[in-house]
Ligand binder design. Structure first.
Ligand SMILES: C[S@@+](CC[C@H](N)C(=O)[O-])C[C@H]1O[C@@H](n2cnc3c(N)ncnc32)[C@H](O)[C@@H]1O
Length: 342
């Protein structure tokens, strides 16, 4: 779809602000203009915009985000997407500003650098692709399900990672056994997959394990103390996650520390899919020792953090564990690692 009336940016037309509760806070109405469509979408306080074209929204939203107005940038991009849902560059920027982090501006810089690949550039935290197919974008159900649950994970544009996880659970469709996730946090990945698969109708059980209190102190890998406090302290709870999965009678949320909770015997006989995501090498290696033999041929282990720089300790320990058995984990640029049991 063509992207609106031609006009250079910045193009700021001052106009009388509509009445607002606080008369000292100027308030202007932005209008999104598309050939044949003009959409009044929202009031953007202190933003002097009018007759905004779709083509102008990325730059303006970016300017808003760079000055810290992520919510308004998000609102603007979301409105633009209602008019031009096929605009990938707007979609990617919306994902970036929806989950602001310390690296938001870097991700926006990358989008700028990839401007000439606007039809294929996809940027998430730690991964940028261009000139590549984006198969998940062609799966409407995938995109809708990802959007429904994106608020549970504070990382923008997690689609490549979710796509790997979806591949894994689809790949094991004929492999006997239950599903298991070690490290659940708010339940984002499993909820996405369960929703996509309509897991309530699948005759397997999904076993989810977490301390719901972050990584135990005695299991912290080097340099993880700050991460642990920042990411987990007071940010989630067992009760909240249990409620989130209430619609799935075949998903069990278990509060306990790995490996002890597994040693106590609360685990499935056979495991077709294991999502390993404890963010610490001690617990992940101990878990491998306990569950590996329960995975039948064709079963998949997805290591969520295998190739993240910050997770070097997990990578090295797991690579060595598999090498001792003549086996190999496939490192992925998403930061994940995949193992399919021969
Ligand atoms: C990265 S988060 C999991 C994210 C989740 N898999 C997802 O995709 O949304 C890591 C989780 O592992 C949990 N955890 C870390 N060490 C653990 C252990 N030894 N036993 C149980 N849970 C643990 C933490 O509490 C945290 O919630």
């Amino acid at each position: 779809m063509a992207s609106g009336l031609s006009a250079s940016w910045p193009r700021r037309k001052e106009r009388e602000p509509p009445p607002v509760a606080n008369p000292s806070a100027p308030c202007y109405r932005a209008r999104l203009v598309q050939p044949g469509v003009t959409k009044e979408f929202s009031t953007l306080p202190q933003t002097i915009l009018e007759d905004l074209t779709v083509g102008e929204t990325p730059d303006i939203a970016e300017a808003l985000a760079r000055r810290g107005s992520h919510a308004r940038a998000h609102q603007l991009l979301r409105s633009a997407l209602q008019t031009v849902p096929s605009r990938l560059d707007i979609r990617v920027r919306r994902g970036i500003v929806a989950n602001p982090t310390v690296r938001t501006n870097v991700l926006l810089d990358l989008m700028g650098a990839l401007k000439s690949f606007q039809k294929s550039a996809f940027v998430s935290d730690g991964l940028a692709t261009w000139m590549k197919l984006l198969p998940f974008m062609e799966d409407v159900r995938f995109m809708q399900t990802a959007a429904r649950h994106e608020n549970l994970l504070p990382i923008p544009n997690w689609h490549w990672n979710l796509q790997t996880a979806l591949w894994a659970v689809q790949q094991v469709a004929k492999v006997p056994g239950d599903f298991m996730e070690l490290g659940v946090f708010r339940g984002h990945t499993t909820l996405f997959l369960a929703d996509y698969l309509e897991f309530q109708d699948i005759p397997r059980t999904w076993w989810l394990y977490d301390t719901f209190e972050g990584i135990p102190e005695d299991q912290l890998d080097p340099n993880w103390r700050d991460n642990n406090a920042r990411a987990y302290e007071g940010t989630f709870s067992f009760e909240e996650v249990q409620a989130r999965f209430a619609a799935y009678p075949n998903i069990k949320v278990i509060k306990g520390r790995v490996p002890e909770v597994l040693q106590a015997g609360e685990l499935p006989e056979q495991i077709a899919f294991l999502h390993m995501d404890l963010n610490n090498s001690t617990a992940e290696i101990a878990a491998l020792d306990l569950v590996f033999d329960r995975i039948p041929s064709g079963g998949v282990i997805l290591f969520d953090d295998y190739c993240w720089e910050v997770s070097r300790a997990q990578h090295d320990a797991e690579k060595a564990w598999f090498a001792q058995r003549g086996l190999h984990i496939l490192p992925l640029p998403t930061g994940q690692g995949v193992f399919v049991k021969p």
